[in-house]
Write a protein that binds this ligand. Structure first.
Ligand code: FAQ
Length: 322
C-alpha cells in the first residue's frame, strides 16, 4: 500500500493542487468548499454504501428481537437495532451535503445497483450469532470507523464521532452476551458460541475490503484523507485485538495458520477466501435476495407515511402562503 503523497503529485490542475495542499495541512473540507468532482463522487460512494450497510445491517439482528431470551437482552437488542437505523440516517444526511439525492440513493440500494457490506448477507441462525455480531461485526466497524472521525470531510467525520460511541456500546453488549454464554453458561451454550464463531470469523475479516494490492480506491482515498489506514492494516489490527478476547472466552479461532509472530509483533493468519467475498458482493451470498426483498417491502409499506408527511408539509406551506 502506498502512503499518501504530500502535495498530491499527480494533481495537475492548480485548483486540485490547492485542494490537496489543504487536505495535507489537515484542513477540514466543508460542503460549500470547492472540491474535485472525483473527491465528491468518492465520498458519495463510500458514505452511501456505509449508510446502506447500517440500514440493511438492522435485518440480521432484527430477526432475534422477538426471540431474545430475557427482557433485559430484548431491551438491549432493540436499542442497538434502533441505533443502527439512526446511523444510516446521519450518513444519508452527510451524503446529501455533497448533493446526493436521498431518493436516488435508496433507489440504487433497492435496484441492487448500490453496494452494502457483505457481512449482512449471512444469516443469524442462533442467539449466539447476536453476540458474535456485536463482538466481531461492531468490533470491526469500530476499528474501521474510529479513523473516519478524523477524515478530511467535515460532515462525515462529525457523524462518525457519535456513531463510534454507539458502536462501542454495541461491541460491549455482544461481548458481554458471549461471556455469559461461554464462561457462565452450559456446555451446549458454549458449543453454540463456537459454532457461531466458526461461521462469522472469516466474513468479519472480509468487512475490511479486498487486499491492498487489489483495492482500486485505496491509494486515492488515502491521499485525500478519506481513508487514513489501508484495508490490510485495519484487518491486522482486528485480528491482533480479537484473538486474546477469543482466548478469554475459551473459544478457538477457526484458522489453523493463526499464530503469534514475535518478530512482527502481530498475529499471522491464514488466507482469506476472496472468491467467497466476490460471490457475496455479486449478489450470491446466503441472504442477498432476502435482504433486498425485506428493504423493498419495508419501503413500499412505508409509502403511506411519506405521502402523509408530504401532504402535511404542503398544507402548512399553503397555510403560510395564504
Ligand atoms: N462489502 O477499493 P476498495 C457496520 C467494495 S457498517 C461490500 O477497498 P474502499 C455497522 C468497495 O465499496 C459496515 N463491498 O473500496 C453495523 C468498492 O466498491 P466500488 C460498513 C465492499 O471504499 C454493525 C470495492 O469493493 N462500513 O458494520 C466491501 O476504498 C452491526 C473495492 O474496494 C463502512 O462502510 C465489503 N466488505 O474501501 C451495522 C465503513 N469491501 O464502489 C449493523 C466505511 C470493499 O468501488 C449491525 N467504508 N467493498 O465498486 C470504508 O471504510 C470503505 O468503503 C471500505 C472499502 C473499507 C469498506
Amino acid at each position: 500500500m502506498q502512503t499518501p503523497r504530500p502535495g498530491g503529485l499527480d494533481a495537475v490542475d492548480p485548483a486540485e493542487q490547492d485542494f490537496q495542499r489543504r487536505v495535507d495541512a489537515g484542513v477540514r473540507i466543508e460542503p460549500r468548499d470547492a472540491m474535485p468532482d472525483a473527491y465528491r463522487r468518492t465520498l458519495i460512494r463510500q458514505i452511501s454504501q456505509h449508510a446502506h450497510s447500517e440500514i440493511v445491517g438492522m435485518l440480521p439482528e432484527g430477526n432475534w428481537i422477538s426471540r431474545a431470551p430475557t427482557l433485559k437482552r430484548k431491551a438491549i437488542l432493540l436499542a442497538k437495532v434502533q441505533d443502527e437505523c439512526g446511523h444510516g440516517l446521519y450518513l444519508y444526511s452527510a451524503a446529501e451535503t455533497l448533493g446526493a439525492s436521498r431518493d436516488q440513493m435508496v433507489d440504487d440500494l433497492h435496484s441492487g445497483k448500490a453496494k452494502y457490506s457483505t457481512i449482512f448477507n449471512y444469516p443469524t441462525l442462533t442467539w449466539a450469532d447476536i453476540g458474535m455480531i456485536g463482538w466481531l461485526v461492531d468490533g470491526s466497524a469500530i476499528i474501521n470507523q474510529i479513523p473516519l472521525c478524523r477524515c478530511s470531510y467535515g460532515p462525515y467525520a462529525r457523524a462518525m464521532v457519535r456513531i463510534c460511541k454507539e458502536e462501542s456500546f454495541h461491541q460491549r453488549q455482544g461481548y458481554d452476551l458471549l461471556i455469559q454464554m461461554c464462561r457462565h453458561g452450559t456446555p451446549e451454550q458454549k458449543a453454540m458460541c463456537q459454532d457461531a464463531l466458526d461461521r462469522w470469523w472469516w466474513p468479519a475479516l472480509m468487512m475490511f475490503g479486498p487486499p491492498d494490492a487489489e483495492s482500486p480506491n485505496s491509494a486515492r482515498s488515502m491521499r485525500w484523507r478519506i481513508k487514513l489506514f489501508s484495508n490490510d492494516e485495519l484487518r491486522q489490527k482486528m485480528v491482533d485485538q480479537t484473538v486474546p478476547q477469543a482466548e478469554y472466552l475459551g473459544l478457538r479461532v477457526p484458522d489453523p495458520d493463526l499464530r503469534w509472530n514475535a518478530r512482527r509483533g502481530h498475529y499471522d493468519f491464514g488466507a482469506i477466501d476472496w472468491a467467497e467475498f466476490r460471490a457475496v458482493l455479486d449478489g450470491h451470498g446466503p441472504c442477498n435476495r432476502d435482504r433486498l426483498q425485506a428493504r423493498v417491502r419495508a419501503h413500499e409499506e412505508g409509502a403511506w407515511v411519506r405521502d402523509a408527511m408530504a401532504a402535511h408539509a404542503e398544507k402548512r406551506r399553503l397555510r403560510k402562503a395564504a
